[in-house]
Design a protein around this ligand. Sequence first.
Ligand SMILES: Cc1cc2nc3c(=O)[nH]c(=O)nc-3n(C[C@H](O)[C@H](O)[C@H](O)COP(=O)(O)O)c2cc1C
Length: 372
Amino acid sequence: MPMTRRKSIALIGGGIVLAATAAAGVRVMRKPQTATDPWETAGTGDDPRLTALSYAILAPSAHNLQPWLAKLEDDGSLTILQNQDLRLPQVDPLGRQHFIGMGCFIELLSMAFAEQGLNSEIQLFPDAETSPDNPVATVTLTDGATADPLFAHVLDRRTNRAAYDMALEVPPDAILGIEGSAEGAQTVHEPELLDLLRELTLEAMLTEANTEAPALETIENMRIGARQIDASPDGIALRGPAIEAMAASGLLSQESLSKLSGTAHEASLKTYRDAFPATPAYLWFATGQNERADQIAAGRAWVRMHLAATAYGLSVQPVSQSLEEYEEMTPYRERVHELLAPGGARIQMLGRLGFGPETPPSPRWPVEAKLI
Ligand SMILES: Cc1cc2nc3c(=O)[nH]c(=O)nc-3n(C[C@H](O)[C@H](O)[C@H](O)COP(=O)(O)O)c2cc1C
């Protein structure tokens, strides 16, 4: 169901937007021109490794920073590296989410090879993780792979930050499908636990949005309006007529959002207050240890869970704040572990699950930008 214009305006704060629209003129109709092209061109490439990479770059990553790099080796193998500069020191001080994103990328890569009949033998950290320049993985290919049914949903997977329909429960077969998509995949649908999680995830989100260092880091990584999105097809894209109108009138900018007591900031908090309580279920994934290999394994599992949800027409939004390691999140992190994983496992990913409105694909740098 496409989001109506009226609804999207309400989402970012009512009256201000209507006042801004008149001033904005034609700019409000602007859409990103090139930023989402990689979703259209996926599957092309004259080398099976480039074809696989064209899908892998559609993986989710924290703040959509796309920290992956790839090197095509002369012997037909592939080396995967990370861009150390694309970390988020404030919200992700230990680089945990950074490596979960790398895991999501590796899983899509391996699925895209399997789609071409190729098995990927993946060796993690072949030279140990002693330097950020060391490879994250090497991928050696052999024939005879079987395709993965979840691959069919790679192009339809979206992070959906809207309110979900509270009248529509997540059907039992979808729960089974998500829990069966990766070993250790979990969902939450008990009413009391859901109430606690809705409150906890929203409180953690509001705390993060009102804590200067992480809030400013997130705002820095926002791309506001079609121009910024096309110029740098990464980060969190704010788009649509209401955004263009507010940006054109100067009400919405990195600067206005950075005033943590200002109107633009308040409007952004309203989007969380509207969306987070409208969450009919959650999905999550934990690991026994919390080493780099565990984080990569969590990313591999997570993207499978998200694809399984997509297969049932369900929407997903990771809500990572309560899992984060900076000081202000400590009480939330302890509480979410008490609720979901009292046995000592590390929750790596937690997400909202339900039926949401249609949402467009997010921006991506093309494969060529990620080759070394
Ligand atoms: C480790 C990790 C943490 C994430 N945390 C959040 C989050 O807290 N809130 C959110 O809205 N999206 C979160 N995301 C989703 C990314 O923002 C999203 O994948 C990215 O913007 C690309 O969009 P896409 O998933 O629609 O392709 C997270 C993704 C990953 C891999």
